[in-house]
Write a protein that binds this ligand. Structure first.
Ligand SMILES: Cc1cc2nc3c(=O)[nH]c(=O)nc-3n(C[C@H](O)[C@H](O)[C@H](O)COP(=O)(O)OP(=O)(O)OC[C@H]3O[C@@H](n4cnc5c(N)ncnc54)[C@H](O)[C@@H]3O)c2cc1C
Ligand SMILES: NC(=O)c1ccc[n+]([C@@H]2O[C@H](COP(=O)([O-])OP(=O)(O)OC[C@H]3O[C@@H](n4cnc5c(N)ncnc54)[C@H](OP(=O)(O)O)[C@@H]3O)[C@@H](O)[C@H]2O)c1
Length: 536
């Protein structure tokens, strides 16, 4: 709709009229247009509008020094100070480019800033801190666009017109796949519970490329759902928007962590100290030092006695998000099949055992033959080299090995002649050597040129993949000198950074470079797509 706002000073709707500021300014514009068409502003084309919108805030140099997943949000926001709003929005995100939101960090911030994306709660690794910061920045965006020329507003896109993408290729357009089987990858004695999970994709006819991830829509644990219904004092049969409350809690909403809106709701309907606490929690404070562990159930237990209406309660919760897993198989090797390597999340807070939603869903709540909603998330710059002759060095401790199993299967299926070197590490050689038979057979056949292992708990002192890399630094350097591509997958917070540091040290020591030159060398590898990461 062309929105006309009168030249400043022309007020047709009085300030005392029962409208919000936005409504009043819209109505003022609408009537001004009717009263005097001479006053109407000639609308800009969408391209002109976009240029004005960009120009209004574009003093940016394009660099993103905050794009480092190990920096805390406060530091990232500091680095982004004075930058345009869309860049500060990017800094608010967790910088993992993990794709869970359906974008990378840069594109998600662009989508919010251009208003093609209205959801501010999609950054899973950023959690509540990111969602809160995005809310603040979004309010700034709203007030900035309210004060911009009316014609500029025309460039904003109706979110309803958002392209939802090809079937099975985005989180907004999933398809149904069939769960086939699971097999425990750890042997007795392990402290871990990691599953090899297999799906049949032949129904939806979905394919994928190695390096892609798989999005899974899981359901909450019904035991937890029933405890929450009991705490609400509601009936299982209660309906919310025409659907049973139990089904909504099972399938549609996240039960952890408790969103600010739930604390706000509680603060509205309670009084005294409880109200103050709920208010404080809603604004990000931590009055009792337990905020980090307040999931939905713990919140209901904390504010016991507060009677929440089921509809208002559901309204206050966040939608249940899909989870991403690195694909462990190759479509070229096993068409129609897809596998994952999933570590089960279980931990205890106080006396209560807590579980990760999707990992335990895959580990114990879905049965062979069951169907579930899924999609393939295309990798953002994580995949085998174009030239099949290029050597690859793969560093994947723990579940980080997932995409490298896929790489190896793919290169074998396509007859790629390039050399393959895998660094795998985990806690104990006896019980945590995933895919040992496969990798040993690939080594024996020569397909896996080198297999370097690092066990962190076999001995007293820790020994990690990067320690192994340093040990064989000279050979690693010679692979790099011959054009090898390096891949890292797994833990984003510590491992990825430590592995990168090891590579810098290797470049310095064996490439006869100063530390600065070695850092620049690794940065250049990244720029050229020769150092790729899939970290989470
Ligand atoms: C691109 C990508 C690829 C991935 N690939 C894989 C993969 O190949 N394999 C794999 O296993 N995972 C992978 N993940 C992680 C995966 O997406 C999920 O995050 C993971 O399975 C946990 O999801 P969940 O639903 O089970 O747990 P959630 O319900 O999301 O719970 C996890 C949350 O529980 C809390 N938590 C966990 N442990 C503790 C603790 N000890 N103390 C306190 N709080 C705790 C944390 O807040 C954590 O964020 C990948 C993620 C991305 C983004
Ligand atoms: N978002 C989630 O809820 C979620 C769920 C699953 C996994 N993850 C992330 O994914 C990672 C992978 O989990 P995982 O179960 O596959 O294995 P993991 O816990 O990362 O452990 C794999 C191996 O890496 C070692 N390791 C620990 N710190 C390291 C470091 N700084 N550098 C190199 N190696 C290091 C571990 O040793 P030690 O343990 O003996 O020190 C272990 O031997 C987790 O660390 C976690 O960050 C997140």
């Amino acid at each position: 709709m062309n929105q006309r706002i009168p030249p400043s000073g022309l007020e047709i709707i009085p300030e005392t009229a029962p409208f919000s500021h936005e409504q009043r300014s819209w109505l003022n514009g609408f009537f001004a247009g009717l009263v005097s068409l001479d006053n109407a502003v000639t609308p800009l084309s969408p391209e002109q509008g976009a240029a004005v919108m960009k120009g209004a805030e574009d003093t940016d140099d394009g660099e993103a020094p905050w794009h480092d997943q190990t920096l805390p949000i406060a530091e990232r926001m500091k680095l982004a100070e004075g930058r345009p709003l869309r860049r500060r929005m990017m800094a608010a995100m967790a910088q993992q480019d993990c794709g869970q939101c359906g974008y990378n960090c840069h594109d998600y911030s662009e989508a919010i800033a251009s208003k093609t994306e209205t959801r501010l709660n999609l950054c899973v690794p950023g959690g509540k801190d990111t969602a809160r910061m995005l809310k603040v920045l979004h309010e700034e965006l709203e007030s900035t666009s309210a004060s911009l020329s009316p014609t500029v507003k025309e460039v904003t896109v109706d979110p309803a017109a958002k392209v939802i993408g090809e079937s099975g290729r985005t989180r907004d357009n999933p398809v149904e796949a069939t769960f086939l089987s699971r097999r425990l990858l750890n042997k007795p004695g392990s402290e871990k519970e990691t599953w090899y999970i297999e799906f049949d994709l032949s129904g939806p006819g979905l394919d994928y490329v190695v390096g892609d991830s798989f999005g899974v829509f899981a359901a909450n644990d019904l035991g937890l759902v029933d405890q929450i219904i009991a705490l609400l004092g509601a009936s299982h049969e209660a309906k919310v928007n025409g659907k049973k409350l139990r089904d909504v809690l099972h399938e549609d909403v996240s039960l952890s962590p408790a969103p600010d809106a739930l604390f706000e709701l509680i603060s509205f309907i309670t009084g005294g100290a409880a109200r103050e606490k709920a208010r404080a929690l809603a604004s990000g404070d931590d009055p009792d030092g337990d905020a980090a562990h307040l999931d939905v159930m713990a919140t209901l237990q904390k504010f016991t006695g507060v009677r929440l209406h089921p509809e208002a309660f559901i309204e206050a919760l966040e939608p249940l998000q899909p989870r991403l897993y690195s694909i462990s198989s190759s479509h070229n090797a096993t068409p129609g099949r897809l596998s994952l390597t999933v570590d089960t999340v279980r931990y205890t807070i106080g006396k209560r055992k807590r579980i990760g939603v999707a990992s335990t869903f895959l580990a114990e709540r879905i049965n062979p033959g069951d169907r579930l909603k899924v999609y393939v998330q295309k990798a953002h710059g994580f995949g085998l080299p174009q030239d099949p002759k290029t050597p690859v060095i793969m560093v994947g401790p723990g579940t980080g090995v997932a995409p490298f199993r896929a790489f190896l299967h793919d290169r074998r299926a396509t007859g790629a002649p390039g050399r393959n070197w895998l660094f795998f590490g985990h806690q104990r050689s006896e019980c945590d050597f995933f895919y040992a038979d496969e990798f040993n057979a690939m080594k024996a056949s020569g397909h896996l040129t080198r297999l370097s292992l690092a066990w962190s708990r076999d001995r007293e002192e820790k020994f990690y993949v990067q320690d192994r890399m340093r040990e064989v630094g000279r050979e690693l350097w010679s692979w790099l000198a011959e054009g090898a591509h390096v891949y890292v997958c797994g833990d984003a917070k510590r491992m990825a950074k430590d592995v990168e540091r090891a590579l810098v040290d290797i470049a310095a020591q064996f490439g006869a470079r100063s530390t600065d030159e070695a850092v620049a060398f690794v940065a250049d590898l990244k720029k050229k797509g020769r150092y790729q990461q899939d970290v989470y």
